[in-house]
Design a protein around this ligand. Structure first.
Ligand code: PLP
Length: 394
């Protein structure tokens, strides 16, 4: 049996997969079983941001695999300590909790926000407001937090204490806030919701509201963080700082790792025994992530992301001017979305399939948005090739 048949037979059928089995990757290229080469404009959904098998990350994994892979959080290890201190040095945060995925990082943030107030004796302050169209993960708490009904279907009853408001609408948020709200959770740039950036005035107003009411502000930067939007963290584009931030995806460039970062004050919500996970901050993943953070946080690297992002966005905007079937172009840095008018059943799926035939990997959201999240090392000539192929398809 080949990998496709075997997977379809033995693995839960929860993913709608493209009919390609990849066997080898390098930089921005992927090769399938027949040796066909594809250029990556998805990076494993905003994960392999430094490109596939980046030599420094591969070396860090090798080195760590030969030295110390796992001992548990009953002990101390240097890679975890180094990564935590590097993340704090590069951000607003004072403390880090390590998890294994984005959902788990958000789960930790939700638990921290609730316990922060319960510890202070404010037992009725447990509500969390999130945004419509948001995506925060698939665990019970994070799917409850997610502002999309389709993710929740079949899993009722959900957790108590979550409310949803339209994104970028400060009045709706103000109307929902009362003394029972402990946190507001949002993505500075919504990913799965359709690549929708927060309005700068909105994000500032949310911060002001949180300050005024003593509410914790949580940014989910799992997709939009780690250089994806042209700054190390997307909120830097807005000059607005959260109390808690979650990371995952690109943090390990492919190794599974998540992190929840918090200010010293917010971090007081957790004590010994409040939260734990066996693999959180395991030396192998943290050794890789430390190299990732070092490379991505270099200003020259981030400047290139901004330049390439602008170059790509300008080209997509030209396609919009040329083709009436393009409704919108949006996004920040190298997290870009092209919204199309779905005509004659030709939705995002059609473009994903046709581009795949021509050797490009992208993906579609909600059948009308093409998502581009290439490795941040993508070259301008690769962008040009994709644009001309897309031009002819449109
Ligand atoms: C913004 C955001 N939050 C959370 C998650 C969940 O992360 P994971 O799939 O690693 O659990 C995702 C995944 O797509 C995401 O985009």
């Amino acid at each position: 049996m080949d990998s496709i048949k075997k997977t379809n037979h033995f693995v839960f059928q929860t993913y709608l997969r493209q009919g390609i089995a990849f066997v080898r990757v390098k930089g921005t290229s992927l090769w399938d079983e027949d040796g066909k080469e594809y250029t990556d404009f998805l990076a494993g959904i905003a994960v392999c941001s430094l490109g596939h098998c980046h030599p420094k990350i591969t070396e860090a994994i090798h080195r760590q695999a030969e030295t110390l892979v796992h001992v548990s959080n009953l002990f101390y290890t240097m890679p975890q300590a180094d990564l935590a201190s590097k993340l704090c040095e590069k951000s607003f945060a004072d403390r880090v909790f390590f998890a294994n995925s984005g959902a788990e990082a958000n789960e930790a943030a939700i638990k921290l926000a609730r316990r922060y107030f319960q510890k202070k004796g404010e037992k009725n302050r447990f509500r969390i407001i999130t945004m419509e169209q948001s995506f925060h993960g698939r665990t019970m708490a994070t799917l409850t937090a997610t502002g999309q009904d389709k993710i929740k279907e079949g899993f009722y009853p959900l957790l108590d204490g979550f409310s949803y408001v339209p994104f970028n609408n400060i009045d709706a948020l103000k109307n929902e806030v009362d003394e029972t709200v402990c946190a507001i959770l949002l993505e500075p740039v919504q990913g799965e919701g359709g690549i929708i950036p927060a309005d700068p005035d909105y994000l500032k107003a949310v911060r002001d509201l949180c300050n005024e009411k003593g509410i914790l502000l949580i940014f989910d930067e799992i997709q939009c963080g780690m250089g994806r939007c042209g700054t190390l963290f997307a909120h830097e584009l807005y000059n607005v700082t959260p109390d808690i931030m979650t990371l995952a995806k690109a943090l390990g460039n492919g190794l599974p790792i998540g992190a929840m970062l918090a200010t010293q004050d917010a971090a007081t919500g957790f004590d010994y025994g409040s939260h734990a996970t066996t693999f959180g901050g395991t030396p192998l993943a943290t050794a890789a992530a430390l190299e990732v953070v070092k490379i991505i946080s270099e200003e020259t690297f981030l400047e290139q992301v901004r330049q390439k992002g602008q170059y790509f966005k300008d080209k997509l905007t030209k396609l919009k001017e040329k083709h009436s079937s393009v409704v919108d172009v949006r996004g920040k840095g190298l997290l870009l979305g092209l919204e199309i008018k779905v005509e004659k059943d030709k939705g995002a799926g059609f473009f994903v399939g046709e581009l795949m035939k021509k050797g490009f990997i992208i993906n579609g959201i909600q059948d009308k948005i093409l998502r581009f999240a290439p490795p941040l090392i993508i070259e301008e000539n690769d962008i040009d090739r994709l644009i001309s192929t897309l031009d002819s398809l449109l």
